[in-house]
Design a protein around this ligand. Sequence first.
Ligand code: SF4
Length: 294
Amino acid sequence: MQHLILDWFSREGRVFPWRYDSPDPYHVLISEYMLQQTQTSRIAERFPIFLAKFPNILSLSNASNQEMILAWQGLGYNNRALRLRDCAKAIVNVHEGMIPADYDALLNLPGIGPYTASAIMSFAYGCNISVIDVNIRRIYARLNGYSNPDEMSNKSIESFAEQIYPKGKSSEWHQALMDIGAQFCKANQANCELCPMQEHCLSAFNVRIEKKKVRRTEPSYRNIPNRIWRGRVIEFLRHTNEYRSEKAELLRGILGEPIDEKDQKWFEDTISPALIKDRLIHYDSHTNIISISQ
Ligand code: SF4
């Protein structure tokens, strides 16, 4: 099966600006950070623009909060931008600007967890390591006859992952699985008739799709999650003169007219403290001016 999948990947693998034969570890780091919570199509658009602004780890490590927040436009979850800059700073200060080719050292960097560390080891350095993200976990479970990845223990998935990837081809194998997960073996649909794994998959043509679990209700305001409102505040400020706004103007900009005391209280108690904690805004309570963090 491994040959079949690697051949399929060389013919049909998706083309992205961060995927090429000898990837630059810096490009892999940036793309993996972006991929943590953003769709690939959006990243494909923003990735070259981001690299033009910050072409290397040194330029990224020197970026101010404001530069990072502005450059992160369109990518969502803005606090990731500052974590990425902090990560670049740590790489410059602790690793002399070299992205470490060491799993444990990577794990010690801001914003890098087990998945991202293994992805960098595999995609940037071609190391023999298994990489498991949510899509790969689902494919491995289905290959073993489990429609739902929760039906297979983490330990069993990890041990299967370790055995199955072709040694020396970790990068191509795991990127192929990511493409298969995105195109065929999806959480809410399995297009087995088109999937290159079908002959080797115990779940082929027999996947039970369970109804989506009801999501925990997120703290919301006017039926929109506060997380979205926080993003809208930053997006509003990105388009203001000098990236600052008087509070009432900002509230009118994101909520529309009219705004009332309840809106003001919600902003004061919920939205601005979270944005300040994430280092995304500065709020001068004397002048009521809110600005993107410097
Ligand atoms: S054959 Fe079907 S269930 Fe198996 S990996 Fe492909 S899409 Fe998923």
